[in-house]
Design a protein around this ligand. Structure first.
Ligand code: 4NP
Length: 157
């Protein structure tokens, strides 16, 4: 299973989602690969935002080896699931799908914990540090659920 986390800049939200999901894969001993990307190229090759690095570190996760990259349409071939952080990311990605199969790979990540509600992970870039704690908590819940579901699928086999 290959999972891609997508936000706008790939420096705040999706690097946290990637780091948290990788930590959950260890916790649940599931065989997944995880990556992240941004729909915009503003920060390509940059490290995650220092505030994301800090909130991850506080929670025992090191994301300093990540570098921002821009989403590419081939990602729809490579990945099995693509999680958008907000509606804007979702529609940007949906516009790049070519088949229903590709569209089925795409969802907003908080639909995992709040099915059908299309709740966004708020962009913390221009906000204070509380924003990053809030984002971490939301993503931690969603990634926990994703990992549990994958672990259950493995067991059912
Ligand atoms: P992200 O946050 O999409 O969670 O990485 C942002 C990062 C940079 C910008 C906007 C959002 N920006 O406008 O540069």
């Amino acid at each position: 299973m290959k999972i891609l986390m997508v936000c706008l800049g790939n420096i705040c939200r999706s690097p946290l989602a990637e780091g948290i999901m990788k930590a959950k894969s260890k916790k649940y001993n599931i065989d997944i690969s995880v990556d992240s990307a941004g729909t915009a190229a503003y920060h390509v090759d940059e490290m995650p935002d220092p505030r994301s690095i800090e909130v991850a570190r506080k929670n025992g996760i090191d994301i300093t080896d990540q570098r921002a990259r821009k989403f590419k349409t081939e990602d729809f071939h490579h990945f099995d699931r693509i999680y958008a952080m907000d509606e804007s990311n979702y529609y940007d990605l949906a516009a790049q799908t070519q088949t229903d199969h590709e569209k089925e790979k795409l969802d907003m990540i908080l639909n995992v914990t709040h099915p059908g509600q299309n709740k966004p992970v708020p962009d913390p870039y221009y906000g204070g540090k509380d924003g990053f704690d809030n984002v971490f908590a939301m993503l931690d819940n969603a990634c926990e659920k994703i990992a549990q579901e994958i672990a259950d699928l493995h067991q059912a086999k």
